[in-house]
Design a protein around this ligand. Structure first.
Ligand code: ARG
Length: 602
């Protein structure tokens, strides 16, 4: 038994080191040792550790005993049944400062009660070293998040807004988890629409060089007018088709006109990104154009590409239609560009995880070209191993009438107007509460902005992304319920509790002690310690809603603590102020990951 006792003490030492961020994983490590000691002949059994749903019997549970029993019972084991296996696992569990006690219940569930002392110490450490020490470390080094991605000269609609908000949050969560993220704006800047746009530009402004943004005015109106002409005027249509060929062939005059149109669109998109403070690097469809031919040739040489009705296609099992990669006129399409972009991201950018954020309507497109890439051997067959691709789909945005979201005046919603309205409404609400008399105009404006834009983002992120959601200013700007307004106010209230104490919180962090004696203090502390595993889960499942739920529950835990435990002026004041501060820090980190600016005063 020389080996096993050494293994036990090595892990005991490791576990007694600091909290490494992921409670669940740290416990799993302990149970892994006890599994190896209890059933040395079953080395492939992985520890099954989960947070306890009710919290009545323990904080975490280990659920290996039942499964293990069914594996070993036929093999002449010494154990009498699952509860005995559970007991043995508990007995072999390395001693650790983090575990207070373990008990076996029912058919063999192992309930783990964490040590409140250890929990308190871990939170104290976070207060000193910062919440970034809790950041998970994923096994991926570099990821691409392909998001927002509107189309040049067409409207940037609420679908693109969703993609922008969800994509930014995913990027932020991955960045926090030590992944290098390439934030890619895959703008549609290479479609056939450019033929008619350019020809129309030449007609309206023969002196193209001097055309300014204001002269063209509204690019969407311009797009509609050129489309109108394209549909009615045969000669114009022909010219437009020629123009596409010239543009794609690299004619400098056409290239220049194209660049001008792209620039005007870009200025429009930037207004949205600036408001939301979202950073993106544009590598549009045109970027991949020089590589398309060789990529299609590679697929061809692997025997994937076939001729079908004049076009070149890839047939894929499980799909009724083939994936078209070269059109019958020889031109490339959305799929050829996406295959090439994937090739580029894997080979040139060396990304291990490539994440695409679009509405679920595009799911089939993604499934098809992912499958083609697997067939070509670019990706492993198992879609959980790296390099890996994921389509992050989301549902529609509905208006309060239950139909696709639109405003009254026009049939499209201008995103800039939409965001501005959220800000205006939240400013009015603040003025109604007399804040214009209390605060400077800058404070009023900044708070209105943080609350207004935060409300739009949170209303989107809190839903399971696959479901459609109803866009309602009244709902999202409500200060009660699961809204950004409620959460931002909750945070500001915590800050004001700390301010009102008159204590120097940074000094307290260094000298003060934290205790989790009251049940509500303990529950809040435990929830704080679950932050890292929650971020990790939100990352691995690509679900921002998981983090929103955590944040909402955090503020509920805080409310319960604050209504049952007196803070200022109590004997436990120092400890409780530290718990307030820890809550505020974790809340701010959540806001940060959700792209929401926190407010400190209400
Ligand atoms: N431009 C596309 C659209 O507006 C979205 C592009 C998404 N990204 C991609 N690699 N296909 O629908």
């Amino acid at each position: 038994f020389a080996f096993s006792s050494r293994a036990k003490s090595v892990v005991a030492m490791a576990a007694n080191e600091e909290f490494t961020g992921n409670l669940k994983r740290q416990l799993a490590k302990l149970f892994d040792v006890s599994l190896k000691l209890t059933v040395p002949d079953e080395p492939s059994v992985e520890p099954l550790v989960a947070a306890s749903a009710l919290g009545k019997f323990g904080d975490y549970q280990c659920n290996n005993a039942m499964g293990l029993w069914s594996i070993i019972k036929g093999k002449g084991t010494q154990f009498k049944g699952p509860p005995a296996v559970g007991q043995a696992l508990v007995k072999s569990l390395p001693t650790s400062e983090m575990v207070e006690s373990c008990s076996v219940a029912g058919p063999g569930f192992i309930n783990v009660v964490l040590s409140a002392k250890w929990m308190a110490k871990s939170i104290e450490n976070m207060l000193i070293d910062g919440v970034d020490t809790w950041a998970p470390t994923l096994s991926v080094k570099r990821a691409v998040v392909d998001f927002s991605s509107p189309n040049i000269a067409k409207e940037m609609h609420v679908g693109h807004l969703r993609s922008t908000i969800i994509g930014d949050t995913l990027a932020r969560m991955l960045e926090y988890s030590h992944v290098e993220v390439l934030r890619r704006n895959h703008v549609g800047d290479w479609g056939t629409q450019f033929g008619m746009l350019i020809e129309y530009l030449f007609e309206k402004f023969p002196d193209t060089d001097s055309v300014t943004e204001t002269a063209i005015g509204d690019l969407q109106v311009f797009y509609k007018a050129s489309k109108h002409k394209f549909d009615l005027d045969e000669a114009f249509k022909e010219k437009a088709q020629q123009a596409v060929v010239r543009l794609q062939g690299g004619d400098p005059v056409y290239r220049k006109a194209w660049a001008k149109i792209c620039d005007i669109s870009r200025t429009e998109f930037a207004k949205v990104y600036q408001r939301l403070r979202v950073e993106l690097e544009e590598k549009g469809e045109s970027f991949y154009n020089p590589h398309i031919a060789k990529v299609i040739e590679e697929l061809n040489s692997k025997g994937l590409v076939e001729e079908s009705e004049g076009a070149r296609v890839i047939f894929l099992e499980g799909f009724d239609i083939p994936l078209m990669v070269v059109k019958s006129d020889g031109g490339f399409n959305y799929a050829s560009t996406d295959l090439t972009a994937l090739w580029y991201r894997l080979n040139e950018e060396k990304a291990e995880w490539i994440i695409y954020v679009t509405d679920v309507g595009q799911q089939q497109h993604f499934n098809m070209f992912f499958k083609a890439a697997r067939k070509a051997g670019w990706l492993p067959d198992n879609d959980k191993t790296y390099p890996r691709v994921n389509h992050v789909g989301f549902g529609l945005v509905l208006g309060e009438d239950g139909k696709r979201f639109r405003t009254r005046a026009t049939d499209v919603v201008r995103l800039v107007d939409l965001l501005d309205e959220a800000k205006t409404r939240s400013k009015l609400a603040l003025i109604e509460r007399g804040k214009d008399k209390e605060w400077t105009p800058e404070e009023l404006d900044q708070t209105a902005e943080a609350v207004g834009y935060g409300a739009v983002k949170y209303a989107d992120l809190k839903n399971n992304r696959l479901t459609n959601y109803t866009f309602s200013f009244d709902q999202m700007l409500n200060d009660k319920g699961n809204t950004a307004v409620y959460l931002l106010y909750a945070h500001a209230r915590i800050c004001s509790i700390i301010r009102k104490s008159g204590k120097d919180i940074d000094e307290l962090k260094k000298t003060g002690k934290l205790a989790l004696d009251h049940a509500d203090e303990r529950a809040l502390g435990l929830h704080l310690l679950r932050f890292a595993e929650t971020v990790e889960e939100a990352c691995t499942n690509l679900l921002p809603s998981v983090l929103c739920e955590y944040l909402y529950n955090l503020s509920e835990h805080f409310t319960r603590f604050y209504s049952n435990c007196q803070v200022n002026g109590s004997p436990e004041e120092t400890s409780r102020l530290l718990l307030c501060e820890a809550t505020a820090i974790v809340m701010r980190k959540c806001f940060h990951l959700l792209g929401i600016t926190p407010v400190y005063k209400i």
